[in-house]
Design a binder for this molecule. Structure first.
Ligand code: TRP
Length: 460
């Protein structure tokens, strides 16, 4: 029956292409930049454990649900939700889920491309040999000088936004396929190589201990909430990005196998990044809890010191930019697909419009690290990067988990069970029942309880 619906925007040519595109979306700054710095802020091991549990019992089931909805609807998330709600005899107001996703994608894109801009700037610095002889202080000063210069940030933010718009304007398929095929293996390889360096710092064991030895006394309610939000962020869940990619997925492809592959690769990249960065942090007397600059301060020290550092440093930041690029594409694709479907806009016009809007909005983040910086308290933790933190909390901590919760409720309670069986295509065996139980009971309640608990809204 889903064969009746055909995507207006084309289809992935194979299962492999879907895996590549979804991995491209999932693996990005979230893994290499955000995971290490929030792990550092939240004390390590216990936080990592909560994050891994969230991936396994909330992230993966909801990711399957999101792809399932997308493939069944074959439209932009807004229209998909409207259509599927009608099919299930429910309210067309479910399309709000799509709207919230479009807004979340635009908000995330606005700051994501500022951070990606840092990585673009670091490509040139690395190639220039700027890192040679760096120690903790000079690396920190270099980073500090960059982020406190709004002009520089706005410029690199513009370059990255333009790169993203170029790909989205041509349709997500062309280019992406080749790019991800080469880049993902290259990224793995380089991380493996850097792990070799990390082992040689003599602090590898300290890094592993920090990452994998849970000390629950360091885990705060705010940390739990951050881990939950990050499970959504890193898998690109809860705002329709994976839904829109699912809408281009061929009917015969197995959703469960594909999603497991993507989630495992995403988690591996994050853990590898952590295993590279923390030994370097400890070896150079840096603070794990130093915030968003952690990766941009620790890695340059390593590149400045190792032999071949010029080459590896340049290559590494190039790969980070590419990883961010293939993620950013999926952040604005839902909005662009909507404008094309409902406003009859050309893809190019839609992409330029959304890109320009995100760039302007991104200036808020650009200023967050200099003149507009302010601190505030959230769920018992102090945040120091002003509007950047506000946007991050609003999107990762609330919009994505709540969006994911709504997706789980829709797949578990609103859609006909038979339709989910048909779409998942694994029969009604044990695998299906585990998934169904998780999306129906576990994921939505877990998200709700974790949010309420962290905000101290539950009686203790
Ligand atoms: N997952 C990406 C990362 O880890 C970021 C990202 C891309 C994203 N698309 C998304 C996050 C959609 C949330 C929703 O860098």
């Amino acid at each position: 029956m889903t064969e009746k619906r055909v995507s207006l925007h084309g289809m992935w040519s194979s299962r492999l292409v879907f895996i590549l595109a979804a991995t491209g979306s999932a693996v990005g700054l979230g893994n290499i930049w955000k995971f290490p710095y929030i792990t550092g802020l939240n004390g390590g091991g216990a936080f990592v454990l909560v994050y891994l549990i969230c991936i396994a019992i909330i992230g993966i089931p909801i990711m399957m649900a999101e792809v399932l909805l997308g493939r069944r609807g074959r439209r932009s998330p807004i229209n998909t939700m409207m259509e599927l709600a009608r099919e299930a005899g429910s309210s067309p107001r479910w399309s709000w889920l799509g709207w919230v996703g479009v807004v979340a994608g635009i908000l995330i894109m606005s700051y994501y491309s500022v951070i990606a801009g840092w990585a673009v700037a670091y490509v040139l610095d690395a190639a220039d040999g700027a890192f040679v002889g760096f120690d903790g202080d000079s690396a920190g000063a270099h980073f500090g000088a960059m982020v406190s210069n709004p002009g520089t940030l706005a410029f690199w933010h513009a370059i990255f936004t333009i790169l993203t718009v170029l790909v989205v304007a041509r349709g997500v398929r062309s280019g992406l396929e080749q790019a991800v095929k080469v880049l993902m293996p290259a990224l793995f390889l380089l991380l493996a190589l850097l792990m070799g360096y990390a082992v040689n710092t003599g602090y590898f064991a300290d890094g592993l201990h920090f990452l994998f030895d849970p000390d629950f006394s360091k885990l705060t309610p705010e940390g739990v909430l951050t881990a939950l939000g990050h499970a959504f962020f890193t898998l690109s869940l809860g705002m329709g990005a994976i839904m829109v990619y699912g809408s281009y997925m061929p009917k015969k492809t197995s959703i469960s196998k594909t999603i497991f592959t993507v989630a495992i690769m995403d988690t591996l990249v994050a853990l590898m990044a952590g295993m590279v960065i923390f030994p370097i942090v400890f070896a150079n007397g840096l603070q794990p809890a130093s915030g968003p600059g952690l990766v941009f301060v620790s890695l340059p020290i390593a590149f400045g010191e190792m032999s071949g550092g010029l080459l590896f440093g340049t290559l590494f930041f190039v790969l980070v930019v590419f990883a961010a690029w293939t993620s950013a594409i999926s952040l604005i694709e839902p909005a662009v697909a909507f404008l094309v479907e409902n406003r009859g806009m050309r893809r190019t016009t839609a992409a330029v419009l959304i890109g320009a809007f995100c760039w302007v909005l991104g200036l808020v983040t650009v200023m967050s690290f200099s003149s507009w910086s302010f601190s505030f308290e959230f769920a018992g933790a102090t945040k120091t990067d002003g509007m950047f933190d506000v946007l991050d909390i609003l999107t990762s901590t609330f919009m994505l988990p709540l969006g994911g919760m709504a997706i789980a409720i829709f797949a578990g309670w609103i859609m006909q069970r038979a339709d989910t069986v048909d779409e998942l295509g694994v029969g009604e065996g044990a695998g299906y029942r585990v998934w169904y139980t998780l999306v129906r009971y576990v994921s939505p309640f877990a998200v709700g309880i974790l949010i309420l608990n962290s905000l101290h809204l539950l009686p203790t």
